[in-house]
Design a binder for this molecule. Structure first.
Ligand SMILES: *Cc1c(COP(=O)(O)O)cnc(C)c1O
Length: 374
């Protein structure tokens, strides 16, 4: 990601106003939580968008070391970059984007398994295999109600009638679908999609199957099939509303740049949106929205400093935020948590009016990696 530094270890001569610590040990623990939950079904790691903004080059080897041998990414360039990191051919890399004709040579060369999303892609891959004079592995994505990617009902019917020819040169390694509401245990859609998926599986030749992502895995055994595909749950996001919480992975800390006491009636920040109701201690703390702290947290966000939760005061600036430090004692250079064990990803996302995925993938600041789990 442009602008994001990678600092596996911080030297004590370095001063960084802010950084993101990625706990690789917590990712491994979250992976094992899914193994314990869904075993003996296998667990894949979904690491699209540069491992949800946390750095696939570091996250993928950590998952592989924890025993993960199946990965999903969205973009061809992510898949080829991942293959350079995970060279063991026994490690399966699925490409969710599928196999558009111009991607076919690269998919074959880098040993990447496409998730075929249409009959046109099935035909192109089958033809490529014929040209290569060998069978080629592929997954097929069946749309069961998300109406995003995957074979729609009409195409599924055609494939069901003609799979012997249409899949002649294809080694079908996975039949998959994706839940629209796997994070909502009470949604009727889950049952509907499960039953449509079962119907689809019965129409096609036998192959390993996968339906559940982070949330769906917590819907129970009927949803596990042969493989579950968590992403956000590995990275500390809550798989389901009000459900189990995972180990915290991303910890974003900044530092106090300046402290000042303001009088009642004085304002803080752009457009003077915060006005002190009493004498107030304002800490100006790095970072700001350029690092991915949503500007929608202006006057709404919370941080954690000196053992207490402290509220944002005023608008989030590009590289700094005003925080009301009236209730804590602090000095310039002190560390402030904006995301981590005390200010959770779910809380930040809710306050910002978005989800954990968008918060994580929007973070742009130097990253430190630790093997620690907490
Ligand atoms: C992103 C994605 C996942 C992982 O979803 P999470 O909600 O992050 O667990 C799984 N499968 C597909 C098809 C996806 O696009």
């Amino acid at each position: 990601m442009p602008g994001a530094g990678h600092c596996p270890a911080m030297r004590d001569t370095d001063f960084e106003a802010c950084h993101l610590t990625v706990r690789l040990g917590a990712i491994a623990e979250n992976f094992r939580t899914y193994q314990r939950l869904a075993g003996p079904s296998a667990v894949a790691g979904v690491i699209k968008a540069d491992a949800y903004g946390l750095g696939a080059d570091f996250v993928a080897p950590a998952l592989a070391a924890a025993g993960c041998d199946t990965f999903f990414v969205a973009r061809l360039e992510e898949a080829t970059a991942l293959r350079r990191v995970l060279q063991d051919r026994a490690t399966r890399i699925f490409l969710l984007d599928g196999a558009p004709p111009d991607a076919v040579p690269a998919l074959i060369a880098h040993h990447i398994t496409p998730v075929l999303n249409s009959l046109a892609e099935v035909a192109a891959w089958n033809a490529a295999a014929a040209t290569a004079r060998r069978s080629l592995d592929a997954a097929i994505h069946i749309d069961t109600g998300m109406n995003r990617l995957g074979l729609p009902g009409e195409e599924l019917s055609i494939l069901a009638g003609e799979w012997k020819t249409r899949l002649k040169n294809i080694n079908l390694v996975l039949l998959m679908s994706h839940l629209a509401s796997g994070d909502e245990p009470n949604s009727k859609m889950n049952d509907q999609q499960l039953s449509r998926f079962r119907t689809a599986l019965a129409m096609l030749p036998p192959a390993p199957a996968s339906l559940a992502a982070s949330g769906g895995a917590f819907l129970g055994k009927p949803y596990w099939f042969d493989l579950v595909r968590p992403g956000i749950g590995l990275f500390g996001g809550a798989p389901q509303e009000g459900g189990k919480s995972m180990k915290t992975v991303a910890v974003l800390t900044g530092r106090v740049l300046q402290l000042r006491r303001i009088d009642s009636g004085q304002s803080v920040g752009y457009a003077a949106t915060f006005r002190a109701k009493r004498p107030t201690m304002i800490a100006t703390v790095a970072p700001g929205y350029a690092a991915g702290i949503p500007r929608t947290l202006s006057n709404k966000g919370v941080a954690f400093a000196a053992g207490k939760r402290v509220p944002f005061a005023g608008r989030v600036s590009m590289d700094m935020i005003g925080v009301d430090f009236s209730e804590v004692t602090a000095k310039v250079g002190d560390t402030v948590e904006f995301l981590g064990d005390h200010v959770t990803l779910e809380e930040v996302a809710a306050l910002a009016g978005t989800n954990a995925y968008e918060i994580l993938t929007g973070l742009r600041l130097p990253r430190h990696y630790t093997d620690a789990a907490s």
